[in-house]
Design a protein around this ligand. Structure first.
Ligand code: FE2
Ligand code: FE2
Length: 285
């Protein structure tokens, strides 16, 4: 189930109109003159190295999108056009995620978290060599999955920042979370457009992703569980289920809008997710 090209184009253009004006320089825009690495706790250093690996897995994420939305090997011309249109998003998004990875790696080196560039490079490439799969191939499921992932990273950076006093890391986290918020907004728009276009038919696919969601690399990163628990401790107020809650709020809001024939089914699904995942808190989406 693919979005009609005109619908997809609208969403991609909306993203790129803002993205084209949203640049920051990974080498020059951080206030290195204020750098005070002695203010970092051991836990914060661990959190930075964890998220560096997650961001640095970009080639795997990007490759997965290329595999799922190919141009040369698309089954027909229409799908090739669809995938080429989506590529306007994917390539810009990839650039931004790559900037995140490199900015975090540079921060690690400059702060002495991992003082050896070579050791860090080896650490990162070892993770990059592992296979990555989103686990879904239906477009709406791929986008729902990435929506949750983007929201999780945005909220993690914001929560982590609450305990950070080191000025350069604070600035970096603010750059990162603003980018992630834009990425989330793109995927939210995509999921909304799917529901507007296909109505009830897409709801079971969305639901399946919400109930089976796991963060990327959970099954491949060395020592993932222990590190994930530690990194959650560094982020005051970070709620692992918040991305799902936000998606539910988005669905509830969508159901209130005009011309949504699937509104009753959307509300029913939102309620089911709330109950099954025990989501009590409502976040603004
Ligand atoms: Fe990122
Ligand atoms: Fe992102």
């Amino acid at each position: 189930m693919h979005l009609p090209i005109s619908e997809l184009r609208n969403v991609v253009r909306g993203f790129n109109q803002i993205a084209d004006d949203s640049n920051w320089n990974r080498f020059r825009d951080l206030p290195w003159e204020l750098h005070r690495p002695e203010l970092l706790s051991e836990g914060q250093k661990g959190a930075v190295s964890f998220v560096t690996i997650v961001e640095d897995h970009l080639p795997g994420y990007f490759q997965e999108y290329q595999k799922l939305f190919p141009i040369e090997t698309a089954p027909n011309q229409e799908e090739a056009i669809h995938n080429r249109e989506l590529f306007h998003f994917t390539v810009r998004w990839g650039l931004e995620e790559d900037r995140h990875a490199q900015a975090l790696a540079l921060y690690q080196i400059n702060s002495g978290i991992e003082p050896s560039e070579e050791a860090l490079e080896i650490q990162m490439i070892q993770e990059n060599l592992k296979d990555f799969s989103i686990g879904f191939s239906e477009p709406v499921q791929v986008f729902t999955y990435t929506l949750l992932q983007e929201k999780a990273t945005q909220m993690y950076y914001q929560s982590l920042a609450k305990g950070v006093t080191e000025p350069v890391l604070l600035k970096l986290l603010s750059f990162l979370s603003k980018d992630e918020a834009r990425h989330y907004a793109f995927f939210a728009q995509m999921v909304e457009t799917f529901i507007r276009t296909f109505g009830e038919d897409v709801l079971p696919q969305i639901e399946e992703v919400v109930f089976n969601y796991k963060m990327p690399l959970h099954n491949t990163m060395k020592d993932y569980r222990r590190r994930a628990i530690k990194m959650a401790r560094e982020a005051p107020g970070y709620d692992r289920n918040a991305p799902q809650s936000i998606l539910v709020s988005l669905l509830e809001k969508l159901a209130q809008k005009e011309n949504i024939p699937a509104a009753p089914a959307v509300l029913k699904m939102a309620q089911k997710i709330r109950e099954r995942l025990n989501l009590k808190i409502t976040y603004a989406s």
